[in-house]
Design a protein around this ligand. Structure first.
Ligand code: BTN
Length: 223
């Protein structure tokens, strides 16, 4: 079961870091690390993940049964766990409207047979750092008064439901929550119209020179 055993820190550098340590030491599938505060929370692409103490779900799970659809399944699970309609902005930012409410960071050691799934969900923050004002949100800012523990419990149930589902089911669910489909997008190497994901989870984009598949990185909406 996802969420047992659970280790909770009042403050730690990064729950992903703590979970990686536990995984290296043999912690079982499903082991959960949570924190009220992270002093060095990590985001994708070397970015920091910043949340005021107590305002966000900060969680990492050790997984020993992993497949290629893990990041997609995690994104679907987070969307389903939230009490508002949420969409996935490829590859796995979770959006309400066009603002990010949650992020997912998967770090793995496939040769050692484990991965750590880290999830951050902005729950109760009303004030956000100025640079995030226009691009991020929280459940509270969307009018909900859930506690971080309530959101965590809902996430665990949803992760249990989704993490080991067959890939075709995961892909079908992901595609119903695709925030970019049909949107004009650009990235450092080009631009075009987002056309869904292929069966490996790569983003398909129709460009002036044909369809391309992006298997890493991120894109921005052009308008
Ligand atoms: C992203 O969108 O860039 C991914 C953000 C992932 C943040 C979570 S918070 C809990 C876990 N511990 C970390 O250091 N990062 C993840």
């Amino acid at each position: 079961m996802i969420g047992r055993p659970r280790v909770h820190h009042r403050s730690t550098d990064s729950t992903n870091e703590r979970a990686r340590e536990l995984a290296s030491g043999g912690a079982p599938h499903g082991t959960l690390v949570t924190a009220d505060e992270q002093t060095a929370g990590r985001g994708r692409q070397g970015r920091a993940w910043i949340a005021a103490p107590g305002s966000a779900v900060l969680m990492s799970v050790v997984l020993r049964r992993i497949n290629g659809a893990l990041p997609l399944a995690a994104a679907v699970a987070v969307c389903e766990a939230l009490p508002l309609r949420a969409l996935v902005k490829w590859p796995n930012d979770i959006w309400i409207g066009r603002r990010k409410v949650a992020g997912i960071l998967v770090e793995g050691r496939p040769l050692e047979g484990w991965a750590v799934l880290g999830i951050g969900v902005n729950v109760s923050a009303l004030d956000l750092p100025a640079e995030l004002e226009d691009v991020a949100t929280s459940l509270r800012r969307e009018g909900l008064n859930s506690s971080t523990e309530e959101v965590l419990m809902s996430l665990l149930v949803s992760l249990d439901r989704w993490l080991e589902r067959p890939t075709p089911e995961v892909l079908a669910a992901w595609r119903t929550r695709d925030a970019l489909r049909g949107e004009a997008v650009h990235w450092p190497g080009g631009s075009g119209q987002a056309a869904g994901v292929d069966d490996s989870g790569a983003l398909l984009v129709d460009t002036s020179s044909g369809r391309v598949a992006l298997d890493a990185g991120e894109v921005h909406i052009s308008r």
